[in-house]
Design a protein around this ligand. Structure first.
Ligand code: NAP
Length: 408
């Protein structure tokens, strides 16, 4: 038994996603898991414990910006699972504390610039302390990251070699974006306008790779519509692909490039097979280009940012339980090995809305896997696919409604 008080602290348990993760942990944790709810408001945390039907659950009250308190929190638990975002605004001290204290950590960030900063600042501490730091453990980027790991495992098993190229496509999804997610996107767009490092990162397809391993054959995400013969449909840019593709490439690098140094991965969104599909794909490209620039400019300047925050959904809000249950996502992969002419088709399906229902279960399972000691890698900044590939491929179908199947 560890000398720390807790196996797991759920940090940000009062937020929209935090409450869902808390319910998932309650329903899926082993009976002897020593876990606690954490946040900045005692009364709200008591309310969450009571709603869970666990009024005696330990509560940890702290502010994310108090470095000493974050360090004490990290020192008293084996794992921290955090939903306190935007992470670039509220998350830095906690990552530093976990890296220093040897505490495993998982979050939901899709904020590329912040992930890069955290890797550069805390990789050495995490390696020394043994802390496994895992970002992007929600819809971005688990279905894509684990989908590629799964596809390559099947390729290897069936054909004796991994694929040289994998194409990932969001085929369909139903669900709304959260206040917290929108707040994070506003933040990253604002930083892209004011910070040249963030702009360089967005222009680097290997921007999350370890230092010295930032080259490869992949280019930037395409904005133009494309007839995607592999999928029998048109495709356009997928807003989350700048994050997902970089996470997949980091996974490949962290695993030691098992799919070859020429491995390529691209991602897009399928929009349909006829002319409407072509028009939709073109519209998304224009929308993303114009929206990115306008959103960035608006969020970079304080007065317009305030205005933007007033019209966007409030933090703490999200889809109803019914909307979560009616939500889903369907991601397809085609793996190709041009040398042998082999192809493989796979699918990752989620049975809840991507942003909340599915995300909270994926994060909850990541936290439970860390608490169960299923990460067999040493300390450092890992991806879900590199640190917990086999564990999550077993856990997610069993407890998160996320399945991985071969279509061929
Ligand atoms: N990757 C994905 O697929 C995905 C999906 C969904 C969400 N997310 C991300 O997850 C994060 C949370 O989203 P959400 O919709 O759940 O947000 P939310 O409802 O606004 O929750 C934010 C949480 O952070 C807490 N918090 C804020 N400032 C704090 C501080 N200074 N000290 C301590 N706690 C503080 C809030 O506490 P109070 O209750 O006291 O305000 C609340 O518990 C966002 O960054 C979002 O981008 C990612």
């Amino acid at each position: 038994m560890s000398d720390r008080s807790y196996d797991l602290v759920l940090w940000g348990a009062t937020g929209f996603t935090g409450r869902l993760v808390a319910a998932h942990i309650r329903d899926h944790a082993p009976a002897d898991l020593r876990w606690a709810l954490g946040g900045r408001r005692r009364d709200a945390l008591d309310g969450v414990a009571s709603d869970l039907g666990m009024p005696d659950l330990p509560i940890v009250v702290a502010d994310a910006h108090d470095r000493d308190v974050m360090r004490a929190l990290a020192a008293d638990t084996r794992v921290v699972c955090t939903t306190v975002g935007p992470y670039a605004v509220h998350g830095t001290d906690l990552v530093a504390a976990c890296a220093e204290e040897g505490t495993d950590y998982c979050d939901l960030t899709g904020e590329l610039q912040w992930m890069r900063r955290m890797i550069d600042a805390h990789q050495a501490d995490a390696e020394a302390s043994g802390a496994r730091i895992l970002h992007a453990c929600g819809f971005d980027s688990i279905p894509f990251d684990l989908g590629v790991v799964f596809t390559q495992q099947v390729m290897q098993d069936r054909h004796g070699a991994p694929a040289a190229v994998v194409h990932g496509r969001l085929k369909a999804a139903r669900g709304a974006a959260s206040g917290g997610t929108v707040a994070s996107m506003v933040n990253i767009l604002g930083e892209a306008v004011t910070d040249s490092d963030t702009r360089s990162l967005l222009r680097d397809p290997y921007g999350l790779n370890p230092v010295g391993e930032r080259q490869g054959p992949d280019g930037l995400e395409r904005m133009l519509p494309q007839r995607d013969d592999d999928f029998g449909a048109w495709s356009g840019p997928f807003p989350m692909s700048p994050v997902n593709t970089r996470v997949v490439r980091r996974t490949h690098a962290l695993l030691g490039h098992p799919w070859g140094t020429d491995f390529r991965y691209d991602e897009a969104m399928l929009t349909g097979s006829g002319p409407v599909g072509a028009l939709t794909a073109a519209g998304i490209g224009v929308g993303m280009s114009v929206g990115g620039v306008v959103g960035g400019l608006l969020s970079a300047a304080a007065p317009t940012r305030k205005l933007l925050e007033r019209v966007l959904p409030d933090p703490g809000t999200g889809p109803s339980p019914d909307a979560q249950e009616k939500g889903f996502f369907d991601v397809r992969f085609v793996a190709e090995d041009p040398a042998s002419g082999t192809t493989l088709r796979t699918r990752v399906l989620g049975d809840r809305d991507p942003g909340y229902g599915a995300t909270s279960r994926m994060l909850g399972e990541t936290a439970l896997a860390l608490a169960a000691g299923e990460a067999t890698v040493g300390g450092g900044h890992w991806t879900p696919g590199a640190a917990l590939g086999d564990s999550l491929l077993r856990r997610l179908p069993a407890a998160a409604g996320v399945t991985f199947t071969v279509l061929d």
